[in-house]
Design a binder for this molecule. Structure first.
Ligand SMILES: Cc1ncc(COP(=O)(O)O)c(C=O)c1O
Length: 457
């Protein structure tokens, strides 16, 4: 590990431009970020055994600002990193904006999104700890695909509980995971007690990441040599994604530019943290300050409308609790097409920073998001994943404001994944068949009302 020098961003890249360390923002936060706590066990609930190997656990509680990336993991990263930093000239021209728009293209990874950055790291550590199989939950399938690929690389089995509405909307995603050797189960399923109880209550349940997580935790708990691997939210996952922002800082520096605004979509937070936290570090060490904006769907607006409180990560409430912005672990959002953003809570670290006013958040409805994604695709000929299109919506809004006020602004965003597996959703949008956001609004209202009710009512 590298010891903090308190100096500006140290040179932490290989000659090829790949970071040699992950950046741990916890070290730079002037305050106490509440840690996990285990609730008293309820009758009938599972006592979950610890899932993290010591190596990852140490990362998740570390106070060191920089943590070595093992040479083996770096060698894997070098297959596709550094990812391109692209100036969106055509989009700028299309919007007739004085803003300079850059995007970091994580869709260039073999799995098609940023998720492989943590999947490779986790598979490496779990394999070293003697784990035979990893299990997880996935929304749109980007995390499941990445974990399936990483497990293949490290010769481990992989089981993925995939949110049922995404499983139905994106059959090719399932196929991609299966091609990479994973077993994919639509969630809620009847293969676990958790899933069976949820299906008994609601046979039409569309699923959610917290439901898939309940199933995956139960599966891990009962299997021999099986562990649960988290796709977002936890400190170590945020940490692994910081290769994105460190590269972007260096790439912009080489171009002599610096962003006023840095934008990324927020599911549970690893994508947002991955791009923005190295810029937070930069603000602490150099005083340069960029506005950091998380973009979430109106149908799952945990930061912009949720409550900052202790909550579980899974639907049945078996996992330890974290303090986070949440819509409640039982919240099942409507089956929107940005499935990777359908998670009820935001990462504890990001929640704390939002609470302290260190990061901003905005929310958009899915029609406006697809409109932005399609405009970007026409301008730049890169089809963004619906999750990434959330960031693009905000970027376009800012660029248009820059045009109206004639103020140049430099904007950086994360194009976290390509949308080639999401063409079915774009087709629905083109045909005018995307669901109304008002349905989602009503669901959010109901969730918030039940959160504010005293327990037992
Ligand atoms: C392409 C893409 N972008 C962004 C996200 C949000 O990711 P996170 O939960 O890491 O914030 C996801 C989640 O699945 C995704 O697939």
């Amino acid at each position: 590990m590298t010891v903090s020098t308190g100096m500006p961003h140290p040179v932490h890249h290989t000659p090829g431009g790949v970071p040699t360390h992950w950046y741990n923002v916890v070290a730079d936060l002037a305050g106490y970020v509440p840690q996990e706590r285990r609730p008293a066990q309820r009758a009938g609930s599972h006592a979950l055994r610890p899932q993290l190997p010591l190596s990852i656990y140490r990362q998740s509680v570390s106070n060191e600002p920089f943590i070595d990336i093992p040479a083996e993991v770096r060698a894997e990263y070098e297959r596709w990193r550094p990812t391109p930093l692209v100036r969106a000239h055509r989009l700028e021209r299309m919007l007739r904006t004085p803003a300079r728009i850059y995007y970091k293209y994580e869709g260039a990874s073999p799995s098609g999104s940023h998720k492989l950055n943590s999947a490779i790291a986790q598979a490496y550590y779990y394999k070293k700890a003697g784990v035979r199989e990893l299990v997880t939950g996935t929304g749109a399938g980007q995390w499941g695909t990445a974990l399936a690929m990483a497990c293949t690389a490290y010769d481990m089995a992989c089981t993925v509980f995939m949110v049922r509405c995404s499983y139905d909307q994106k059959p090719q995603r399932r196929l991609l995971m299966e091609l990479n050797g994973a077993r994919v189960i639509p969630s809620p399923s009847v293969t676990t007690k958790a899933g069976t109880s949820i299906v008994a209550d609601d046979p039409e349940c569309a699923g959610s990441l917290s439901v898939a997580s309940s199933e995956a935790h139960e599966y891990a708990n009962e299997g021999d040599g099986v562990r649960y691997s988290a796709g977002s939210g936890d400190n170590h996952v945020l940490l692994h994604q910081t290769v994105i922002g460190q590269e972007a800082l260096a790439q912009l520096e080489a171009l002599g530019d610096y962003p006023d605004t840095v934008v990324a979509a927020l599911g549970a937070g690893s994508n947002f943290a991955g791009l923005t936290m190295p810029f937070y570090r930069d603000s602490v060490t150099t005083g340069r300050r960029a506005r950091l904006v998380a973009v979430e769907p109106k149908s799952c607006p945990k930061l912009t409308r949720g409550v900052y409180t202790w909550d579980h990560h899974d639907a049945l409430g078996n996992t330890p609790m974290s303090k986070m912005y949440t819509l409640g672990h039982r919240f099942i959002p409507s089956p929107i097409h940005a499935g990777g953003l359908r998670y009820h809570g935001a990462a504890p670290v990001i929640s704390w920073m939002y609470h302290e006013g260190l990061v901003d958040a905005v929310a958009y409805g899915q029609r406006a998001v697809f409109e932005a994604g399609a405009a970007f695709a026409r301008a730049e000929q890169v089809i963004p994943a619906p999750e990434s299109a959330h960031a693009i919506r905000h970027v376009i809004d800012r660029a248009e404001r820059a045009r109206e006020t004639n103020t140049p602004e430099t904007i950086l965003f994360n194009l976290s994944g390509h949308g080639l597996m999401d063409l079915g959703s774009y087709e629905k949008w083109m045909q005018g068949l995307l669901e109304e956001d008002s349905v989602a609004d009503a669901e959010v209202e109901r969730a918030l009302a039940s959160l504010s009710r005293p327990a037992g009512e």
